[in-house]
Design a protein around this ligand. Structure first.
Ligand code: AMP
Ligand code: ZN
Ligand code: FE
Ligand code: FE
Length: 299
C-alpha cells in the first residue's frame, strides 16, 4: 500500500519540472531547415518549448551557434543529429543525442555521407538539367553548405519557377519514382546505432512507421539494434501511420524502449510546426541517463 502511494505521488511530481513541450527533432540551415541555428532557437523560444533538440542531417556544425543563441533564454538544448543510414536498400534515419562530437568513427562516417550526398546531388542535377532550367550553381545557392540533399534541389526548382513549393517538388520531380532520383551511400542502421552508442550518445529510430504497419522493422532486426544500444523509437511523428504507431508501441513495450514524439521542424521547408508532437519529461530523463557524451544545456 505504502509503496503504491509513494509511486503515485512520484508520478504526480516528476523529477524534471518542465515549462513547456519537449521537441527532440528539428533541422536548421546547416542541413535542410530554412532557419539558421540562431533563428531556430528563437523559434523554439517563441513556440514556448522547454527543450529543443537540434538534429541536422549528418552534421553537428550547428551545435555551437545553437547554444550561443539559447543562452539566457531558459530554453534547454539537446545536441543531436539525424544520421542517414540504410537497412538493405531502404533509407533509415537514426536520431543521435548527446554523443561526443569528436568521436573519430562518427566524424569519419558523417564526412563520408556528406561527401557522397554532394556527388549524388550533382549527378541528380545533371540529369534534371537535361529537362529543366536548373544548374548546379542554382542548387549550391540554396544550400547552407554543410549537408546537401533533395530539399536544396527542390528549392532551386522553386526559385526557377518549375514548381510552386519544396513539397510539390518532392511529390513529383524529386520523388523516389520520379525518374531523377538517385540514392546516396550510407552506413547500415546497425552501424549507425553502434557508432552513436559508442560515442556516448542515445540512438532513437526516426519516424520508423512512415510506410505502414507491415513495413515497420522486424522484431529480430530490432532485437539486434537493441543489443547494439538502441534507446528509443520516435512514435509521435506526423508521417508515422496510425497502424504503424500501434505496432511501434507494441515493440517499445516488448523491448523496453523509450517512446518519443517530435515535430521534425524544417522552418518554412516543410509544413511541420514545432511541438506538433512532443516527448514526455520521463522519456527525456531516460534518454539523458543513457548518455555520457555531452550534457543537455540550459543557460
Ligand atoms: P534526401 O535525404 O536528400 O533524399 O532528401 C530527403 C529529406 O528531405 C528528408 O530528410 C526530408 O525530411 C527532407 N525534406 C525537407 N523538406 C521536405 C518536404 N517539403 N517534403 C519532403 N521531404 C522534405
Ligand atoms: Zn530533412
Ligand atoms: Fe528523417
Ligand atoms: Fe528530420
Amino acid at each position: 500500500m505504502l509503496a503504491l502511494s509513494i509511486r503515485s505521488l512520484h508520478a504526480a511530481y516528476p523529477e524534471t519540472v518542465t515549462r513547456g513541450p519537449i521537441d527532440l527533432h528539428t533541422h536548421s540551415s546547416v542541413s535542410d531547415g530554412t532557419e539558421t541555428p540562431t533563428q531556430l532557437m528563437r523559434a523554439a523560444v517563441a513556440a514556448g518549448l522547454d527543450t529543443v533538440a537540434i538534429t541536422d542531417h549528418d552534421s553537428t556544425a550547428g551545435w555551437d551557434e545553437a547554444l550561443t543563441a539559447a543562452a539566457g533564454t531558459g530554453l534547454q538544448v539537446v545536441r543531436g543529429i539525424e544520421l542517414s543510414t540504410r537497412h538493405e536498400w531502404r533509407s533509415v534515419h537514426v536520431l543521435g543525442y548527446l554523443f561526443d562530437p569528436n568521436n573519430a568513427d562518427l566524424l569519419g562516417e558523417t564526412a563520408r555521407i556528406r561527401d557522397d550526398r554532394l556527388t549524388r546531388a550533382e549527378r541528380m542535377v545533371a540529369r534534371l538539367a537535361e529537362d529543366y532550367p536548373v544548374s548546379w550553381d542554382d542548387v549550391l545557392a540554396q544550400s547552407g553548405g554543410t549537408t546537401i540533399g533533395r530539399p536544396h534541389i527542390a528549392d532551386a526548382l522553386v526559385a526557377r519557377g518549375v514548381v510552386p513549393t519544396r513539397s510539390a517538388a518532392f511529390e513529383s520531380i524529386l520523388h523516389f519514382s520520379g525518374g531523377y532520383y538517385l540514392p546516396h551511400e550510407a552506413p547500415t542502421v546497425l552501424r549507425g546505432v553502434t557508432m552513436i552508442t559508442q560515442a556516448g550518445g542515445a540512438a532513437v529510430l526516426a519516424h520508423p512507421a512512415t510506410r505502414g504497419r507491415e513495413a515497420v522493422v522486424e522484431e529480430r532486426d530490432l532485437a539486434r539494434l537493441v543489443d547494439a544500444g538502441l534507446v528509443g523509437l520516435e512514435v509521435g511523428h506526423r508521417e508515422n501511420t496510425t497502424a504503424g504507431r500501434e505496432r511501434l508501441l507494441e515493440l517499445a513495450a516488448r523491448f523496453d524502449l523509450v517512446v518519443t514524439g517530435s515535430s521534425d521542424y524544417h522552418g518554412e521547408g516543410k509544413p511541420n510546426r514545432l511541438a506538433e508532437n512532443s516527448t514526455s519529461p520521463e522519456a527525456l530523463d531516460r534518454i539523458i541517463a543513457a548518455t555520457s557524451g555531452v550534457p543537455p544545456v540550459r543557460a
